[in-house]
Design a binder for this molecule. Sequence first.
Ligand code: GTP
Ligand code: MG
Length: 345
Amino acid sequence: TTSTDAALRTPIVAVLGHVDHGKTSVLDKVRGSAVIEGEAGAITQHIGATAVPLDVISEIAGELVDPTDFDLPGLLFIDTPGHHSFATLRSRGGALADIAILVVDVNDGFQPQTEEAIEILKRSETPFIVAANKIDTVPGWNPTEDAPVQATYESQSDRVRGDLDEKLYEIIGQLSDRGFSADLYWRVQNFQNNVGVVPVSAMTGEGIPDLLTVMMGLSQRYMKEAMEIDVAGPGVGTVLEVKEEKGFGTTLDVVLYDGTVREDDTIVVGGADSTIVTDVRALLKPRPLSEIRTESRFENVDELKAAAGIKIAAPELDDAMSGAPMRVVRDREIDDVIGEVEAEL
Ligand code: GTP
Ligand code: MG
């Protein structure tokens, strides 16, 4: 009985890569916050979602982005941990994403979890770009904070530029060895057939405007149709984490990629032994530009539309599994929805 309410949802961007290559730092730079201060060099134990609205993107990207060129509402970034033991989170993150950023440290090149991420992206046919990170570490680098990368690249001495080129072409070669034709992003005409490599520094912010511009361009051009969803329909998402939360008991951190979820909705969630059917008690939304895993004060909301990271408080979630599907029942038969969830497990 719900009328359809077609709209463009925010594309979901997974950030993947080997441990310490700078995934969280890149997102941090985008967020402008300093989560990294507390966890520099540490393993990211959790996965978070960060919504970046179009106006913020266009502010960061400056002259590179004209917001009137876009009608997508922004980007939703999913950070993933690079540590080898978090393979499930990487593969779920990669599979549910519309597009991805593969972060590669220019000094380290391809490493085991870089390879693993490439395999995930290949398998799920997720379009991606490569952020060749830490360009500021090239000896003699002369930074221009937050600048678009082509300008800063051209302002380096011949020797510095030559050193960086060597590292970048190594990465481009490694991509091509794995069947991806790749090039520096400004030389790529068709991002559908070629992987664009964006040199960046999460430290100085160089190349971050380019990274956002390329991601927006990619989603707008190649994914717009897929982004048309019935935002009023019953919500569908993936559980990223099952967490104990003071005052709420066991909660689910979910990435909602379709429809809506409302307070008091009945939901079906994949569990360790069987599917769980329960009623939403509270919907807790992270504030814009903040991340689930670091947000202590949640916003209580009645309803949330895809795409978004959301925390769901409900009874009987102890058996829920990270990586499991979550579906809102709304005005359908519970058994049908249980069947859909079981089919996805
Ligand atoms: P995991 O989540 O553990 O997989 O690591 P990560 O990929 O999120 O890396 P993180 O952002 O935590 O960065 C790892 C280390 O590299 C930190 O000490 C950062 O300060 C440093 N780092 C990240 N990006 C840059 C960069 O562009 N330049 C320099 N010089 N250091 C960087
Ligand atoms: Mg991290």
